[in-house]
Design a binder for this molecule. Structure first.
Ligand code: FES
Length: 144
């Protein structure tokens, strides 16, 4: 029997535990003048995102977790998957995804390495937040 993403999310939400993130994770670009406070992610635990087949080699896919967290899964090389917070460390926009083998933020042009999240081009100065990822068979699971 497989566990649905919804069931896992529901169980996670019921735990009542929260972790803090340092940036806004809205789907729309944050304004540079934003005074948003650190966000609270209320979803925790093991979360089934989807299947490895959903993320092509050399690409990435975003998975919205809740109102405060979107996860970007990348596959920089065949069979190698990485998970990052999709929230750009510059000003909190959600990154576009992988473009020309780099994670691209459309707000101000920052670029990140899809293998380790490190900054390739500013204005961002810090790497994307890494998220624990486990591939179980063909399933992508994160732990937050
Ligand atoms: S929010 Fe400015 S480059 Fe991403």
């Amino acid at each position: 029997m497989s566990i649905s993403r919804r069931a896992v999310l529901g169980a996670s939400l019921a735990s009542g535990t929260a972790i803090a993130l340092s940036a806004c994770a809205a789907e729309t670009p944050a304004q540079e003048t934003s005074t948003s406070k650190p966000a609270q992610v209320t979803t925790t635990g093991d979360i089934l995102l989807g299947e490895t087949s959903e993320v092509a080699v050399g690409s990435g896919k975003k998975f919205p977790i809740d109102a405060m967290l979107t996860v970007l899964i990348t596959q920089p090389r065949a069979g190698v998957f990485r998970a990052f917070s999709a929230t750009c460390t510059h000003a909190g926009c959600i990154v576009n995804g992988v473009e020309q083998e780099e994670i691209a933020c459309g707000c101000h042009g920052a670029r990140f390495d899809p293998d380790n999240g490190m900054v390739l081009a500013g204005p961002a100065k810090t790497a994307l937040g890494k998220i624990a990822l486990e591939v179980r068979g063909s399933e992508l699971w994160i732990t937050i």
